[in-house]
Write a protein that binds this ligand. Structure first.
Ligand code: FAD
Ligand code: NA7
Length: 487
């Protein structure tokens, strides 16, 4: 199919979105090359092929979360009759955990590499930039440049963690790029930022036995339903995570003993000081477009975010596309990048017209007590439809398995956001509790099928589960009735 160009498709960025598009395109007969290159973090962390999710995102995060859950389970097990000698002295060995996590990551890197070879996707380990709309130059590790030409180019470069512009941040701080491969145990840790990455990191660190503090600038989990967000934070606090609200770091200095002295400012402008072993910034991510020399291709970015606004993944330059975290106002999630990448490849090379639907994408915050959701939050629904048109069904519930170890049930809560007309169409579902992702995924499919509240109510539950509570919820916020479990 290739005529004047070497490739039908060149992909810049071998992460979730780029690899999905590349593999689908070769399946459909296209000739494809992928450039992937990881610039080491300021602390020197680097990793292999596969992008953020596999190396420094979803996968290591979920494994460390699981490690924390297991620690919790050891203590619960005693109440279920397990004889655990010296359970008070049970502790997690950071080096063992880190090694196990990194070994898994490396095995995934390897499988990815083999898969590309088998599928005949050409993999070029080089940092790419545009020479013109059809020419991409890759800078190899040794500095050599390799030029490739393509009919179509896909930008899938994702992003990297941001650092605040304060003294000591870059020198002494770490980010999610470093935490999962950290040589030494993190110790007492300050997590700056209260987005989902900040909360997840603070949550698993606390669960692993480290003193963890979250510094919150404005609100917790901005963009998520705020009632749910505050319950997530309350449960973390209940488990020993500290929260400093309305605060910002000002300066980090290394003390003689190697620990980090952090100056921070409260809402009144008062400066405080605290000492930590580790300071982890989770203040959001920066798209990796600035180094792409997009001006050589004429691709425009949104000036505030350096992200690319693309309708149906097509940039303002017709033969140049973009998927994944680099897209403006799209959810920064792996399955979103993968799905959009696959559909794009099918449209380019498979005569398909199927477009990516970014609405009602489910997600989960892997906080110690997880929070899964799909669709609109309460505030969003009210902002879009008006309060009088929205019904909120809600309930606190008691997971059966929480009784024997007498686990805290105060934050096990769910709500269903419903449109009062259109047969009570379900606009959003929110769940805090164990296995929240597993609970929410199927409901996301139901919402895609235009789930209504009467259909939810006519669904027979699976007993005894937490997910069945969605089939039992009946109290509206409007009624003012007590949403606590009656038995
Ligand atoms: P990436 O996966 O970031 O891949 C981009 C690749 O391009 C990288 O390898 C990069 O090094 C490379 N690259 C960049 N510039 C160039 C260049 N000029 N030339 C060559 N290569 C280049 N998502 C979920 O769905 N669930 C989760 O639980 C989850 N947890 C997360 C936890 C953390 C700590 C983080 C940081 C992210 C998490 N995410 C999660 C988000 C998820 O990782 C991203 O949405 C996803 O990886 C985005 O894929 P992408 O293809 O856009 O980019
Ligand atoms: P998010 O969700 O953008 O969260 C960043 C958090 O960091 C958020 O709580 C911010 O507070 C806070 N923040 C941002 N800048 C600063 C500075 N300079 N100082 C202190 N605190 C700050 O990022 P994540 O890394 O959790 O997630 C990455 C992406 O995944 C995110 O964009 C989502 O779309 C999905 P704020 O609320 O702005 O006051």
């Amino acid at each position: 199919s290739t005529t004047k160009y070497q490739y039908d498709l060149v992909v810049i960025g071998g992460g979730s979105g780029g690899l999905a598009a590349a593999k689908e395109a070769v399946e459909l007969g296209a000739k494809v090359a992928v450039l992937d290159y990881v610039t080491p973090s300021p602390r020197g962390s680097k990793w292999g092929l596969g992008g953020t999710c596999v190396n420094v995102g979803c996968i290591p995060k979920k494994l460390m979360h699981q490690a924390a859950l297991l620690g919790e389970a050891i203590h619960e097990a005693v109440s279920y009759g397990w004889q655990i000698p010296n359970q008070e002295s049970v502790s997690n060995d950071w080096e063992s955990l880190r090694t196990a996590v990194q070994n898994h990551v490396k095995s995934v890197n390897w499988v990815t590499r083999v898969e590309l070879r088998d599928k005949k996707v050409e993999y070029i380990n080089a940092n790419g930039y545009f020479k013109d709309p059809h020419t991409v130059v890759g800078i190899m590790k040794n500095g050599d440049e390799k030029e490739v030409t393509a009919e179509n180019v896909l930008i899938a470069v994702g992003g990297r963690p941001r650092y605040p512009d304060i003294p000591g941040a870059m020198e002494y701080g770490i980010t999610s790029d470093d935490i999962f491969s950290l040589e030494k145990a993190p110790g007492k840790t300050l997590v700056v930022g209260a987005g989902y990455i900040g909360l997840e990191c603070a949550g698993f660190l606390n669960g692993l036995g480290y003193d963890a503090t979250v510094m919150v600038r404005s609100v917790v989990l901005r963009g998520f339903d705020q009632q749910m967000a505050n319950l997530v934070a309350s449960e973390m606090e209940h488990r020993g995570v500290h929260f400093v609200h309305q605060a910002k770091p000002k300066k980090i200095q290394k003390q003689e003993d190697g620990r980090l002295m952090v100056d921070w400012v409260d809402s009144e402008g008062q400066v405080h000081q605290d000492v930590y072993d580790t300071v982890l910034f989770a203040i959001g991510r920066q798209a990796l477009t600035p180094q792409l020399k997009l001006e050589n291709a004429g691709v425009q970015v949104v000036p505030e975010t350096f992200k690319i606004a693309a309708e149906h993944e097509q940039t303002n330059v017709p033969n140049i596309y973009a998927v994944g975290d680099v897209l403006h106002k799209r959810p920064e999630l792996t399955p979103v990048a993968i799905h959009a990448g696959k559909l794009l490849a099918r449209r380019l090379f498979g005569n398909s017209t199927a477009k990516m639907d970014y609405e009602n994408v489910a997600t989960t915050v892997f906080s110690p007590l997880e929070y899964g959701c799909v669709g609109l939050g309460e505030e969003q629904a009210i902002a879009i439809y008006g309060e009088q048109y929205i019904e909120i069904y809600h309930a606190f519930y008691k997971p059966t398995e929480f009784f024997i170890p007498q686990k805290n049930i105060k934050h096990c809560y769910l709500k269903v956001v419903v449109l009062r007309n259109e047969n009570e169409r379900v606009l959003g579902m929110h769940f805090i509790g164990p296995h929240a992702g597993e609970v929410i995924q199927g409901f996301a499919a139901a919402i895609k099928c235009n789930l209504t509240f009467p259909i939810l109510k006519s669904t027979v539950g699976i007993h005894p589960t937490s997910a069945e509570e969605f089939t039992r919820v009946m109290i509206t916020k409007r009624s003012g009735k007590d949403p606590n479990p009656q038995s």
